[in-house]
Design a protein around this ligand. Structure first.
Ligand SMILES: Cc1cc2nc3c(=O)[nH]c(=O)nc-3n(C[C@H](O)[C@H](O)[C@H](O)COP(=O)(O)OP(=O)(O)OC[C@H]3O[C@@H](n4cnc5c(N)ncnc54)[C@H](O)[C@@H]3O)c2cc1C
Length: 387
């Protein structure tokens, strides 16, 4: 049998794409090498635009029943210097919950919408015809045919690599260590990022008395982690002042994150979520982009299937929509990374933003995808920055 679409990867991008296509009546196979619920290295914060996307998908009620923490803003602390707090306003907020819960809800939703979901099934290659047009995947040693293949298989996407669309090796080389802890008490509804040199520790309440701690280690210190991720993580937590925290699960390690992609479409295939390109987790926009990217992908795939044309040219509306939606945010991420990787610059910026709450809130709204990045260029805000 030939599926209308095979979606490789059941994270937020894949499950959402599968759910939307299946709801429109397409025959969709969603496969993931993992069995759910599964953990995923992530700081587990969904920004306000991501919350809105979950609402549009029709799963927000189920997510809220799982008891996520409410995220009202972020405090960013420079190393040995000032910190600033940026808050969301006007009823806007993010949420945070463990990825094993969120991703399981999204995968079940895809199944409920009519997608055939196969867990524990790994895609290892693409099938192509004589012209190079993708005609399906090899998964679990078998050939499975489809009119279109969606690569939603994350940062180390096999679909991306087999399509030859990876632009270059990562330049920004960081390592992240993630685990859940107890004992941090009330965090006032805000996440915290504490820089120590070029290392950064992010902490956010994820509900149920748990907090997510993510330690981002720059490349030059990665050798210190060696094979001792748990011990390094515990020490980083203490050194950052979180002395009451007790880790409750194993530390997950991942990196590097910089994954530049030449384009997200090919003949018979399309990339979504991290597989379509990623840079850095500091601003916490990945889940939103996975959900929003899936919406954009499903629109284009539906039109391509209806027209019976899945060549790259027919998938270009998705490529253009992605660029319009995400390119400004990616540029902002690079600016943020330039500050985070230079402790003196971060101290200077934190000092300025600490005394200019309106500017701090504007930055948090832009990284929360609530306001466009260009809103930061408003003359009144720029005057505040240089004043
Ligand atoms: C340290 C860190 C912290 C982060 N913190 C945040 C945050 O706080 N907020 C935020 O919004 N974003 C954050 N992100 C980014 C976010 O985690 C990702 O952007 C998001 O998970 C992307 O979703 P996805 O569906 O594209 O990929 P994933 O969630 O990675 O899902 C990919 C799926 O594909 C499956 N898969 C992989 N290969 C195959 C294969 N060959 N065959 C079958 N299945 C396969 C995997 O098992 C997985 O289930 C963070 C990222 C990192 C690394």
């Amino acid at each position: 049998m030939t599926w209308d679409a095979i979606v490789v990867g059941g994270g937020p991008a894949g499950s959402t794409t599968a759910a939307l296509l299946a709801s429109d009546g397409w025959r969709v196979l969603l496969l993931d090498r993992a069995r759910f619920p599964r953990r995923k290295p992530c700081a587990e914060c969904i920004n306000p635009a991501g919350v809105a996307a979950l609402r549009r998908l029709g799963v927000l009620d189920r997510v809220m029943e799982a008891g996520p923490a409410r995220l009202e803003g972020w405090r960013i602390a420079s190393d040995g210097g000032p910190s600033f707090l940026g808050r969301f306003h006007g009823g806007v907020h993010g949420i945070a919950l463990p990825r094993e819960t969120l991703d399981d809800i999204l995968l079940r939703h895809a199944r409920a919408c009519g997608a055939e979901v196969r867990e524990g099934l790994k895609a290892t290659d693409l099938l192509r015809d004589g012209d190079g047009h993708v005609r399906g995947v090899v998964a679990g040693g078998e050939e499975v045919a489809a009119k279109i293949v969606v690569g939603a298989d994350g940062l180390r996407s096999i679909v991306l690599r087999r399509l030859g669309l990876l632009a270059r090796a990562p330049r920004l080389r960081k390592l992240a260590l993630t685990a859940h802890v107890r004992g941090l008490g009330d965090m006032g509804g805000c996440g915290t990022m504490r820089a120590r040199g070029r290392r950064c520790v992010g902490v956010a309440d994820v509900g149920g008395g748990l907090a997510n701690v993510t330690v981002v280690v720059p490349a030059e210190q990665a050798h210190e982690v060696g094979g001792h991720a748990d011990a390094y993580f515990d020490a980083a937590l203490r050194e950052s002042g979180f002395v009451d925290a007790r880790r409750v699960d194993d530390v997950l390690a991942t990196g590097p994150f910089d994954c530049p992609v030449r384009r997200a479409v090919a003949d018979g295939a399309l990339l979504v979520g991290d597989a379509a390109g990623y840079y850095d987790p500091f601003t916490g926009q990945g889940i939103y982009r996975a959900l929003r990217g899936a919406e954009l992908a499903a629109q284009t795939i539906g039109a391509a299937l209806r027209a019976g044309d899945t060549r790259a040219a027919a998938l270009m509306p998705y490529e253009r929509a992605r660029r319009r939606a995400f390119a400004p945010g990616e540029r902002l991420q690079r600016v943020v990374e330039a500050f985070v990787s230079r402790p003196r610059l971060l101290r200077w910026a934190a000092g300025r933003l600490d005394r200019r709450a309106q500017l701090a809130d504007a930055v948090i709204h832009a990284t929360g995808d609530v306001r466009p990045v260009r809103s930061l260029l408003h003359p009144a805000l720029l005057r505040q920055l240089v004043a």
